[in-house]
Design a protein around this ligand. Structure first.
Ligand SMILES: [Cu+2]
Length: 193
């Protein structure tokens, strides 16, 4: 005790550290997740939390790459938060084009090996990528409005972690279009739809 009295600063730091640990433990126990099951959808269906009132989630400034290599879009599919920029690189010795028809049609043009064209995706939805030089090429970008999403397993189950408490709408993207309103509380919220 005597040594502590001589080092009051140390004891203050210790108290602060203790409070930080307590706060960390409390936040872990309050972590929210939606645990659910969607029926009638194929494995890998995207389940996401739709717009949350008063929140503006965006991937602005974030870049991800899709490579056109070996006559394929690589990766074949991507999930990005709205506002994210996709850098389309052509790694093949032939010219490749990138265009899509929905949610809003666009054609980025055709460019040669080693060059990149970028596009920021702001409209939520499924973007099916095509190359008008090679009709056999296709790719997928899922643009989501919030960072809360998961892909279903073979049995339709999914877990979405870190969802803010409150009333939210779950939706599916790609294939069947289903939705479900959910009241997210503390801990785990179970849902089936
Ligand atoms: Cu091509």
């Amino acid at each position: 005790m005597k040594s502590l009295l001589h080092k009051p600063l140390l004891s203050v730091v210790s108290v602060l550290e203790f409070l930080v640990i307590v706060a960390a433990l409390a936040s872990v126990s309050m972590a929210q997740e939606i645990q659910g099951k969607v029926s009638g959808v194929r494995a890998g269906t995207l389940v996401y939390v739709d717009w949350i009132k008063g929140q503006d989630y965006k991937g602005e400034g974030k870049h991800v790459k899709i490579d056109q290599r070996g006559m394929k879009f690589i990766p074949h599919s991507l999930i990005v938060l709205r506002g994210t920029t996709v850098d389309f690189l052509n790694s093949d010795a032939v010219g490749h084009n990138v265009y899509w028809k929905s949610p809003k049609p666009n054609n980025l043009g055709t460019w040669p090996q080693g060059e990149t064209k970028s596009f920021a995706f702001w409209d939520a939805g499924v973007v099916t990528l095509f190359c008008n030089v090679h009709p056999e090429m296709s790719g997928l970008i899922y643009v989501v409005p919030t960072p809360f999403y998961a892909q279903t397993k073979a049995d339709g189950s999914f877990v979405i972690r870190g969802v803010p408490q409150g009333h939210v709408t779950l939706r599916t993207m790609g294939g069947a279009s289903k939705s479900k309103d959910v009241d997210v509380g503390g801990g785990t919220t179970n849902v089936e739809f």
